[in-house]
Structure formats: C-alpha cells, structure tokens
Design a protein around this ligand. Sequence first.
Ligand SMILES: CCCCCCCCCCCCCCCC(=O)SCCNC(=O)CCNC(=O)[C@H](O)C(C)(C)COP(=O)(O)OP(=O)(O)OC[C@H]1O[C@@H](n2cnc3c(N)ncnc32)[C@H](O)[C@@H]1OP(=O)(O)O
Length: 189
Amino acid sequence: MTDQATGVTDPANRAEDEIPGKPTAASRTTLSHIMTGSDTNLLGTVHGGVIMKLVDDAAGAVAGRHSGGPAVTASMDEMVFLEPVRVGDLVHVKAQVNWTGRSSMEVGVRVMAERWNESTPAQQVGSAYLVFAAVDGDGKPRRVPPVIPETERDNRRYQEAQIRRTHRLARRRAIKELREKRAAEGIDD
Ligand SMILES: CCCCCCCCCCCCCCCC(=O)SCCNC(=O)CCNC(=O)[C@H](O)C(C)(C)COP(=O)(O)OP(=O)(O)OC[C@H]1O[C@@H](n2cnc3c(N)ncnc32)[C@H](O)[C@@H]1OP(=O)(O)O
C-alpha cells in the first residue's frame, strides 16, 4: 500500500496473502491501577518508570489481543509525562492499535489520572506510542491482521502512525548509513 501523504510504499503493507482485518475496537483496552507508596520516587510523586511499566502492560495486552498471540515491545517512543501522578491516584491506561504493518503494530496509549481527593473528571497525565512485534513460539516475527480504523479519530491516528513509521524507518536508515560510512573510512569509535 502506498501512503497517500508521502507517496512512499511501505514493504510492511504488501497486499499479498493478506489475513482478515480486525476493527480497532476488538482489542482496545483500559488498565486501571491505584498508586501506592511503593510506586514513588525520591520526590514523593509516582516514578515515571512505574507509569512506563503500566503503559507497556496495557499496550502488550492490546497487541496480544489484536494479533491473537504473543507480542513483544520493539520500541517505545514519545513517552510524555504531562502532570505528576500521586499516591492514591487511580490511573487508567487506555490503549489501542493505531496502525499495523506486516508483523508490527503501533499501539497508542493515553494515561489518565483521577485524584483520590477531588471530584473532578480524570485528567490526562501522559501518552506514548509503542511498536510491538507479534512473534511465534521461536520469537520470530509473524504476520498480524490489518487493523480496520472505525471512526474519524481512528483514521487520524492511523495516518499519524504512518508518518511516525516513515520517520522511524528513515532515521534508522540514515544512522545505519552514517555508521557504515564512518566504518568504511576507518573511523573506530
Ligand atoms: C489471544 C492471546 C492474547 C494474549 C494476551 C497477552 C496479554 C499479556 C499482557 C502482558 C503484556 C506485557 C507486555 C510486555 C512486553 C514485553 O516486555 S516484551 C520484552 C521486551 N522486548 C523484547 O524483548 C523484544 C526483543 N526484540 C526482538 O525480539 C526483536 O528485535 C523483534 C522486536 C522481534 C524484531 O525482530 P527482527 O528480527 O528485527 O525482525 P524484523 O522483521 O526486522 O522486524 C519485525 C517488525 O518489527 C519492526 N521493528 C523492529 N524493530 C523495530 C524498532 N526498533 N522500532 C520500530 N519497529 C521495529 C519492523 O519494522 C518489522 O515491522 P513489519 O515491517 O513487519 O511490520
């Protein structure tokens, strides 16, 4: 499939032997967790790593459900912390498959927090994009069903995920080429 925004054909999106698609809602999920004293950092707020673990767990559950089996985290990027999370907060980690390739899926995650002592709506405290690869019993990548966006919001997320995918591939390729060039010039770092 060719990305209409960039005109780039992504090898992950070849049409041959395509497996039946699954709608976004089929795997979308929310993981909820109450923060306790053991989740804090030296400042007394919740450690970013604790949030990242919840993000990875929620995204992993979504990727496993979408792909119908095990999936491993390949990358986590654009992890953003918008507000501190505190002990007693009820944190909701909302995740959905934004985009699928051949064996990889981009999962978008939004982190919301309900303050234990305020009757206000849950506030967004973070977000992240993760790439998961579906793997077989030997840990080798396996095909995933294409995700079928259902709403205009899903469509926007799909298109934005394609942009991120294009940039990830371009960045990896550029860094690889630079390293190969430096090695060819005999630069040993
Ligand atoms: C019904 C069942 C329900 C089950 C319900 C389960 C629920 C349970 C919930 C618990 C949820 C816990 C979730 C924790 C999840 C972990 O903690 S997993 C542990 C941490 N992660 C790992 O150990 C992964 C280690 N890395 C690897 O094994 C390999 O590098 C990988 C990721 C499999 C990739 O292998 P590879 O040989 O490089 O394969 P390659 O064909 O090049 O890449 C495969 C795809 O990944 C993409 N990719 C590879 N590297 C990257 C990267 N760095 N960035 C972006 N994309 C990448 C490629 O572009 C390619 O995409 P496609 O073009 O196929 O779409």
